[in-house]
Write a protein that binds this ligand. Structure first.
Ligand SMILES: Nc1ncnc2c1ncn2[C@@H]1O[C@H](COP(=O)(O)OP(=O)(O)OP(=O)(O)O)[C@@H](O)[C@H]1O
Ligand SMILES: [Mg+2]
Length: 255
């Protein structure tokens, strides 16, 4: 997995070749064909994804399941354009992020995709408010506007009294909620959330899923959520599972 994701969030999206990344008006937001991904560790090769075909329409809520090590985070990183497949194609809004220039891919990700990482990737030297502001500032929103949005979002995830806490001064669940607020600040069209309730009690987890579902209902946001949590999966109209490196459809009743 790409260990440099924190830095990727900081890539300046203002490069000139970031222009012209408009949205495809079609209804597909994610399309992968034959995606393969392996990791090489010394002489060992771990084959994680072995031909992932996945199509997600705008406004869908898809829960991604699979045992630990099945490749859920790997797939989400590929969808976010933070890593590249060994073979196959990944398109988001008809854009192939793997072949786009890095500055263009970063700008696209910054504006269109909200990523909640499994291990948060908050900046340790920034407080909660500043962490949430980062994508908004990169999108060239003004300081006051960014701060106002960040405050609203932190209040929405129940952290109105933690603005000035740095990540090490926050619990795991609080850090997770800061990461969720950060993912939402630029009002993305696609949210890729990796175990977004993994560190939350069931009530707080339900509130986070309620928030995501509200964004979906009100703004047509597309949700792809990797989760081991049956409560989260049960809220998704569509559940898929990674098995042996490929995507299988699961019906709601089998989750
Ligand atoms: N950078 C890396 N180098 C080598 N192997 C890696 C790397 N990143 C991930 N892997 C391996 O790829 C496999 C898939 O990892 P991934 O993190 O995608 O699984 P996951 O489904 O998200 O698991 P979990 O439910 O535990 O989060 C694992 O077996 C992991 O050990
Ligand atoms: Mg994972």
């Amino acid at each position: 997995m790409n260990n440099d994701v924190g830095r990727a969030l900081l890539v300046d999206p203002r490069g000139r070749d970031g222009a012209g990344m408009g949205l495809d008006p079609g209804c597909l937001i994610v399309e992968t064909r034959g995606v393969r991904k392996s990791y090489r560790l010394g002489s060992r090769c771990v084959e994680v994804l072995r031909g992932v075909d996945l199509v997600v329409s705008r406004g869908e809520f898809v829960a991604l399941r699979g045992s630990s090590g099945a490749g859920k985070s790997t797939l989400l990183h590929l969808l976010a354009g933070l890593d590249t497949p060994d073979a196959g194609a990944v398109k988001v809004c008809s854009v192939d992020l793997a072949s786009a220039p890095p500055s263009q891919a970063a700008r696209f990700r910054n504006l269109k995709i909200g990523v909640v990482f499994q291990s948060y990737h908050l900046f340790p030297e920034l407080d909660a408010l500043e962490n949430v502001c980062v994508p908004a500032r990169l999108a060239r929103h003004g300081v006051e506007d960014s701060l106002a949005r960040a405050r609203r979002l932190l209040e929405r995830v129940g952290l109105g009294d933690r603005f000035e806490h740095r990540p090490r001064e926050l619990s795991g669940g609080e850090q997770q909620r800061v990461a969720i607020a950060r993912a939402l600040i630029n009002e993305p069209e696609l949210i890729l959330a990796d175990e977004p309730t993994g560190n939350l009690d069931s009530r707080t987890g339900d509130e986070i899923v309620d928030l995501l579902c509200t964004l979906r209902a009100e703004k047509g946001v597309t949700l792809i959520v990797a989760t081991h949590d049956s409560r989260v999966a049960s809220r998704a109209p569509r559940v898929i599972e990674l098995v042996d490196g490929q995507v299988q459809a699961l019906t709601q009743g089998t989750v």
